[in-house]
Structure formats: C-alpha cells, structure tokens
Design a protein around this ligand. Structure first.
Ligand SMILES: Cc1ncc(C[n+]2csc(CCO)c2C)c(N)n1
Length: 184
C-alpha cells in the first residue's frame, strides 16, 4: 500500500502529459475520467489502509520507491516524454485493465470475503469499473485503428512491457515478505 501510494502519485502525472497532447475535447474528458478514478476511487480505500499504519499521504512523501516501483515509474515517464498519446495509452492501460481482471477473479473466490483486503478487492471487482475499462480500451482501439502494422507492433510491445512491470510490482510484495521471513 505504501509503495502503491508512491506509484499512484506518479501514475497521475502521466495524465497531465496526455491531456496536453490530446487531439480532441472528448479525448481530454476521457483522460480526465481516468485520472478521476485514480484520485477518488483509488485514494479512498488506500487512505483507510494508510490510517491503519498511522500514516497519511504526507508521510509517503518521505519514503523512497523500491527498485521495481522506480523501474515502472521510469518506464512511464520515458514513454510520456515522447509526447505520443497512443504510446501513453499503452503504458497506462495495463494498470487499469489488469486490476479489473485480477480482482474480478479474486472476488469470485468465496474465501476472499474474509480477507483483510476485501473492501479493496470489492472496489476493483466492481461492474462499473469493468465498464469503464471497456470504454477506455475501446477508445485506445479506435485511436490506434489506422496505424501501420509496424507501429501497432511497437505499441503492443509497450503494453507488454507495462504488463510485465505490473507483474514485477506484485512480486515485489512477496520479495519483502521473504526478506521478513529470513530476518526472523
Ligand atoms: C502498481 C499498481 N498497478 C495498478 C493499480 C491499479 N490502479 C491504479 S489507478 C486505478 C484506477 C482507480 O481505481 C487502478 C485500478 C495500482 N493501484 N497499482
């Protein structure tokens, strides 16, 4: 949760770049809707967890990102620096889509309700959130439809790289757990 708070702050920055380079007002509204999700939905439950650790977002400012987190942030910033929204979409969408996919699967497991993270799981397994993911994906498909095969391959590689960075972020939690186990 702590590392995620650092990630989310930087993830939100990418939308500033996307909004600046947007072609249409509709596109600006779409990025705004994504940013709104990051700021509202994602923040509410996250702040509750931070409170359990007696922390606020101010404390997060003093904590350094772990290498997996920093890699992911660097990658998004590098893509954003190109100033091409098709690329930015490929870098930011895996974050949104993978959570909807993973948490819908988790929510379907009966024992998940007993998890201390049930409110987090429930939020991300939400039907409305899945619908928003569909809308954002459809927009990305539409925006990339007319591109060359080579360009589409390049964009698919960005999507894959971001997905692998997501995976590394998940694995980071288990790495720390193992370190704590070894320290015992
Ligand atoms: C590393 C990492 N990857 C994905 C998400 C998920 N996520 C980020 S913003 C957002 C939209 C609002 O809910 C979602 C689902 C995360 N929190 N941390």
């Amino acid at each position: 949760m702590i590392q995620d708070s650092i990630y989310l702050k930087n993830y939100a920055r990418i939308y500033g770049k996307a909004i600046f380079h947007a072609d249409t007002l509709r596109e600006i509204q779409l990025y705004y809707s994504m940013l709104n999700f990051v700021n509202d939905t994602e923040s509410e439950v996250r702040l509750d967890y931070l409170k359990q650790f007696c922390m606020t977002d101010n404390d997060i400012e003093l904590i350094a990102p772990l290498p997996e987190n920093q890699n992911y942030i660097d990658f998004m910033f590098e893509i954003a620096s190109h100033g091409k929204n098709e690329e930015i979409l490929m870098a930011v969408l895996p974050c949104m889509l993978s959570y909807s996919y993973i948490f819908r699967k988790l929510a379907a497991v009966p024992t998940s309700r007993q998890s201390r993270y049930w409110d987090f799981i429930k939020d991300h397994a939400d039907e409305q959130y899945a619908e928003s993911c569909k809308e954002w994906s459809a927009f990305a498909e539409h925006k990339c439809a007319g591109l060359s095969v080579a360009n589409k391959k390049y964009l698919a590689d960005i999507f894959e790289k971001a997905s692998l960075l997501e995976l590394a972020f998940w694995k980071m939690a288990y790495r720390n757990e193992r370190m704590e186990e070894n320290a015992k």
